[in-house]
Design a protein around this ligand. Structure first.
Ligand code: 13P
Length: 263
């Protein structure tokens, strides 16, 4: 039995300004502490918009909160004439520990390619940020029964450009596009099928115990009522939560999913 610490990450997307962010993080911390949440047993991370990060840093570091935080994207470049871009170095300086890369909304709305996602993953690792690499198939690919091949091609594009020894430091999030923000959740078996295929591919493309160590998240309409059954799957190590992560009550309940397991 491998020992992978479950990770609950809240992707706020383009929601909550820096004042609202401070409020939510404070309330989330209170709610989890009230429930005696063991942060070492289930890691909790928020991914606010860039403009919130300094406020979140001040709160987390000032009050010594156990919540982690990170960004929703980064540039593949370190610095220079890239108007509007944010470098991994800046995020590291703000105390971020995680950064999402290749979210399907970035791939779809901003034309991010597998090559760009791979470059961003390398940039994150260079700045000692844990990349949460997002992969997932659109509906028509799922309907054609080609979802596993589609996702593995996305995984290959990232892993083949990495030093094999760094792979264990990744988090990979399987987010079927048809389940994002739709209320349409993949079944636990759907999540397990793809996560297990990803772990097998990681084993083929990495060294040592990377495949055992790498954490795989499921994302797509995760709610308090469905998280426990998804987390019960062997290869699912956490959730990447969108809509429900901007509700303190819902996200705290998701982080405490274990209380719904086994009664
Ligand atoms: O895209 C997601 C997280 O990155 C999932 O969003 P929802 O939880 O709103 O479906």
């Amino acid at each position: 039995m491998t020992d992978r610490t479950p990770l609950m990450a809240g992707n706020w997307k383009m929601n909550l300004d820096h004042l609202q962010a401070t409020h939510l993080v404070q309330k989330l911390d209170w709610s989890l502490r009230d429930a005696r949440h063991d942060f070492a047993a289930v890691e909790v991370v928020v991914l606010p918009p860039y403009t919130d990060l300094r406020s979140v840093q001040t709160l987390v570091q000032g009050d010594k909160l156990e919540l982690g935080y990170g960004a929703q994207d980064l540039s593949q470049h370190d610095s220079g004439a890239y108007t509007g871009e944010i470098s991994g170095a800046f995020l590291a300086k703000l105390g971020c520990s995680y950064v999402a890369v290749g979210h399907s909304e970035r791939r779809q709305l901003h034309g991010e390619t597998d090559e760009l996602v791979a470059a961003k993953t390398r940039a994150a690792l260079k700045h000692e940020l844990v990349p949460i690499v997002c992969v997932g198939e659109p509906l028509e690919v799922r309907q054609a029964g080609e979802h596993v091949a589609h996702v593995l091609a996305q995984v290959d594009a990232v892993l083949t450009g990495l030093d094999a020894s760094t792979v264990s430091g990744l988090v990979i999030a399987y987010e079927p596009v048809w389940a994002i923000g739709t209320g349409e959740v993949a079944t636990p078996a759907d999540a397990q099928e793809v996560c297990s295929a990803i772990r097998t591919r990681v084993a083929e493309l990495s060294t040592g115990d990377s495949a055992d160590a790498v954490r795989l998240l499921y994302g797509g309409s995760v709610k308090p009522g469905n998280v426990a059954s998804i987390m019960a799957e062997e290869d699912v190590d956490g959730a990447l939560v969108g809509g429900a992560s901007i509700s303190v009550e819902d996200f705290a309940a998701i982080c405490r999913y274990q209380q719904h397991v086994g009664g």
